[in-house]
Design a protein around this ligand. Structure first.
Ligand code: ZN
Length: 595
């Protein structure tokens, strides 16, 4: 007898029927053959290509990438959904090795492309390459940080079984531990996903227990996590020096297609407005009948408010309606994601925690991994991830594959916009001041986390590197003190913290992603950018709809600065970030009026 499949899990069969299916073997062989053919045709020759031949070369590379994508996507999605299943582990391991091998084999492309645009910068402007113009401009910016082919290969090899393994270790640690939490007075043994799902629980003691269980348990292995982080950061310092980056943040600026001064303006604007955020936290304390909020209250729902619970079907209906109200056609991707079973919703043991949306270019769609437990927060997460799917939907229809490597600062546009559409719907249909308060607090909690809490993480990461530059040893307690200092710059006197919360940084998977440093400020950028965008929508109404679609359809074919211009915003203006923060202030004023 076979077990009945869990409801609302994703259907990966459009990719492959099963982890052992022979079609996987065939696809692996095809991708390998395609890589070999590409290598034979172009290795050593790119530097001499004319514009028309370069266009042909890039098209062929895109065709290879499309072949590899389905295998990579299938292996990583199957693994994220069932990390303890042996045949999935085997496939994931095999595909990771394949990716490393093919990546190494084709590393010459970006290298030679760099050489080409360095030697013949005028080729970037050639009409034959207009599709790839901005992609080539980004290559030009990267070229000064490129190393020789052998060095690039060595980095891939050393990372594969070296620094990349820390990420796997942290993820496995989180997903194989159990946490003892008192849920409404009853002691329960829970997975990490289940325990962290209780952090915004309506019962204050349950929240306290969940916080202490999670961060207390993480903190016990603090030296393990600090070993990981210390080595990852030191590795990055070495790599940054080798690659001639002026700072450990520069690689991220290049990847995000943005500039240091824009990010500095952003972080300063947030620090200047931290008192506004604290004003909200104090208002929330009043609404919760507390003299001051504890850290376990920051994202808590308001007490005595009826706990809003949603079935997955209700969440589907709400999010679909929120998107449809903005524009019927804009909701197409959302509807498809449900209809084609592209979402893996329920939390379970051995499944990756959190939520993500993985783009599925050849299917002009996406897959969403979620841990849906039915809270209002979960509905927001769904609205968010479906925004990513919407972005993938538009970009994959208008852009060739190389123009869909969307930098994070723009990649969050549709997701956060989707959250605001949901907010709009919920506020409009709120049946009481109480429900309205609940939604406003939810939005402000989320914005507080994304804009303010995440800014603390940027400062934290900056401090780790300045600490290394001062020859300071990053042991567990030192890292914790860097975290708490950064955190307090945002929260000031508005919050009291459990001592266990010094370990808060240990759970963040991004810190353990070896070549993904400064993942954080793009979230702050995106949040503030989208708030400014939303203001524009309120001003322009329906006339704004095509502009947003145009911005999403642009993928990475133009710079984020240019995308701002498509919707009528000047991100580089020093006062720009104030616009988004005004939206936040208005939400707080609204809340004050009904408190
Ligand atoms: Zn996102």
């Amino acid at each position: 007898m076979t077990a009945k499949p869990q409801e609302h899990t994703w259907d990966l069969t459009p990719l492959f029927p099963s982890p052992n299916d022979p079609s996987i073997e065939r696809a692996i062989n095809e991708a390998s053959a395609s890589a070999e053919a590409f290598e034979n045709a172009y290795r050593g020759k790119i530097i001499d290509l004319n514009a028309a031949d370069l266009q042909k070369c890039l098209r062929e590379f895109e065709a290879f990438e499309e072949k590899l994508e389905n295998i990579s996507l299938y292996a990583s999605l199957a693994f994220s959904a069932n990390m303890t299943q042996p045949e999935v582990q085997t496939l994931y391991d095999r595909v990771s090795k394949l990716e490393a091998k093919l990546g190494k084999q084709l590393a010459f492309l970006s290298l030679e492309l760099g050489g080409l645009v360095k030697g013949k910068p005028e080729i970037i402007r050639d009409p034959d390459l207009s599709t790839y113009r901005h992609m080539l401009e980004r290559v030009q910016r990267r070229v000064e940080h490129q190393l020789s082919e052998v060095e690039e290969q060595l980095i891939i090899e050393k990372d594969q079984f070296g620094v990349n393994a820390w990420e796997e270790l942290q993820s496995k640690w989180l997903n194989t531990r159990t946490f003892t939490v008192k849920v409404l007075g009853e002691e329960k043994t829970l997975s990490y996903g289940e325990a962290s799902g209780l952090l915004p629980h309506h019962d204050r003691e349950t929240r306290e227990s969940a916080n202490k269980a999670i961060y207390g348990t993480l903190g016990k292995d603090g030296e393990v996590f600090s070993s990981a982080l210390r080595n990852i950061c030191n590795d990055w310092v070495n790599v940054s020096i080798r690659r001639k980056y002026q700072s450990p943040m520069e690689a991220s600026l290049v990847n995000n297609d943005t500039e240091q001064n824009i990010v500095d303006n952003l972080l300063n604007a947030i620090e200047n407005k931290a008192p506004t955020y604290r004003r909200y936290l104090k208002l929330k304390a009043k609404l919760m009948n507390l003299p001051i909020l504890g850290n376990h209250d920051i994202v808590a729902p308001l007490p005595n408010a009826p706990e809003l619970k949603f079935t997955f079907e209700e969440a589907e209906a709400l999010v679909t309606r929120a998107y449809s109200r903005f524009d019927e056609e804009y909701a197409t991707a959302v509807k498809e994601m449900f209809a084609k079973q592209r979402i893996d919703a329920p939390p379970r043991f051995g499944k990756r925690n959190g939520a993500f949306c993985a783009s599925y270019y050849t299917g002009k769609s996406a897959f969403i991994l979620d841990n849906f437990a039915g809270t209002l927060n979960d509905v927001y997460t769904l609205a968010h991830e479906l925004g990513h799917a919407t972005h993938d939907y538009y970009a994959s229809r208008s852009q060739t594959r190389l123009n869909t490597s969307i930098p994070s600062i723009v990649a969050e546009t549709a997701s956060i916009f989707g959250e605001l559409l949901l907010t709009d719907l919920l506020l409009e249909e709120a049946r009481s001041a109480e429900e309205r308060r609940q939604v406003l607090c939810m939005v402000l909690d989320e914005a507080g986390m994304t804009a303010f809490h995440v800014t603390a993480r940027v400062w934290f990461e900056q401090t780790l590197y300045s600490s290394i530059q001062r020859d300071e040893y990053l042991d567990y307690k030192t890292i914790c003190s860097h975290w708490t200092l950064a955190r307090d710059r945002i929260f000031g006197e508005a919050i009291t913290w459990f001592p266990e919360m010094e370990a808060e940084w240990t759970m963040k998977p991004h810190y353990y992603m070896a070549n993904y440093r400064f993942y954080n400020y793009p979230y702050v950028y995106a949040q503030m950018f989208v708030y400014a965008l939303y203001e524009r929508y309120l001003e322009e109404g329906k006339a704004f709809v095509p502009k947003l679609k145009q911005a999403l359809s642009a993928g990475s074919s133009v710079s984020p600065l240019e995308i701002g211009r498509v919707v009528g915003l000047d991100v580089a203006a020093p006062e720009f970030w104030g616009t988004g923060l005004k939206v936040l202030e208005r939400f707080i004023e609204d809340l004050q009026k009904i408190s």
